[in-house]
Design a protein around this ligand. Sequence first.
Ligand code: FAD
Length: 451
Amino acid sequence: MSYDFDLFVIGAGSGGVRAARFAASFGAKVAVAESRYLGGTCVNVGCVPKKLMVYAAQYQDEFNLSKSFGWDVEAKGFDWPTLISNKNTEIARLNGIYEKLLVNSGVELLNGHAKLIDAHTVEVNGQHYTAKNILVAVGGWPQVPDIPGREHVTDSNQVFFLKEQPKRVLVIGGGYIAVEFASVFQGLGSETQLAYRGDMFLRGFDNDVREHLHQELLKKDMTLRFNCDVQRIDKQDDQSLLITFTDGQSTEVDCIFYATGRRPMLDNLGLENVNITLDKRGYIAVDELYQTSENSILAIGDVTGRVQLTPVALAEGMAVARRLFRKEDYKPVNYDLIPTAVFSLPNIATVGLSEEQARAEGYTVQVFKSSFKPMKLSLSEQQERIFMKLVVDQTTDRVLGCHMVGPDAGELMQGIAIALKAGATKQIFDETIGIHPSAAEEFVTMRTQSA
Ligand SMILES: Cc1cc2nc3c(=O)[nH]c(=O)nc-3n(C[C@H](O)[C@H](O)[C@H](O)COP(=O)(O)OP(=O)(O)OC[C@H]3O[C@@H](n4cnc5c(N)ncnc54)[C@H](O)[C@@H]3O)c2cc1C
């Protein structure tokens, strides 16, 4: 049987673009369909614009700090439309790069929503295309609970395009996107509150790390409401939003930003036409080769609900391209020790097990912790502290987890992740000569175990 394409990719996001480009470079005939924006969530409404906004939000502290080094800087204010417009220009540039990358690798790019018609057929803009293999890489979509006043909510697709900076903002959620945006708004000068229905945000991160960030955000005068859920949202005559919480308390803001999770983007995908099984949470179920229950259809990235990070989607895209078209180079993705960062202010970065996870897995652990004022703040009154922690297996001396809260934690943790991947022991950390003066050297000089 002959097909129009060897591979038809649905979704030109992180995973889809990577799979399409490399499959084409291995000689396959490839098409990719994209309904919204080239580069997907990460480039358009995720990692990239978020990080640009985090950079913008850091300036307030930097301007203040510069005085302690003798600078006489007057920050006359911050202009939200300038940031959004410059960000949009940069994203448009990246969209163009993605288009070039695809077209130059010989991928046929179809702009439009793709729907599965059968196990080998996809419909885009009314046209049917056949393919030997179909890769579903449609990503996720923000999820907002069904509460009265839901229509007044801003989600993570919309927050990057707000026309005005809200003077008062309430962020709802306890995941990394909620914490990051709370920091962005706070840093840019919005009066910021964060409400989360659990005891403490960032579930799954080391408890000391969560508590340290909690204290740092309080120092910045952010209002944090835990064990707190929204009951209803009412728009008032002056356009402000009145939020009533389930405990009867209320607050008034100009914007309520919901970061309460994401669902797989399966809308009108034509799943009823094929034999694809979903897992219990509603994500596309795949085996270790990203194979769905329909033989010719694979799925990668956020739509499979596993590790929802861009570098993971990229690695999965590459693995699929190699397995289908360059078997000799195929290597399964290694999901161990994936480092991750939360770009809150201050940043969190982590790799490996938290102390709680290590104990739950049965390890007898040694814990090393350090908290100190960064040298950069030593001439100022600023009270922010860096926190670092190592979790070590007492039996083998292997470092099981490494955690940091502090400036540039994400930059620093990438290198530590390599050491942990290589199986570094605490002794190797101790034998490593530090870079002085730096915050990072603390990771190789922690000698005293915490009780
Ligand atoms: C606010 C935010 C911040 C984030 N920050 C980070 C971060 O700092 N670091 C990190 O690693 N990850 C981050 N992520 C997660 C990261 O963006 C995702 O893990 C990654 O984009 C997943 O890639 P993907 O290929 O699975 O899907 P996506 O990148 O979401 O791409 C899916 C694409 O498919 C398209 N599509 C959907 N349905 C169809 C259809 N039927 N037909 C045609 N096209 C379709 C969509 O328009 C989209 O372009 C963030 C996410 C968000 C929301």
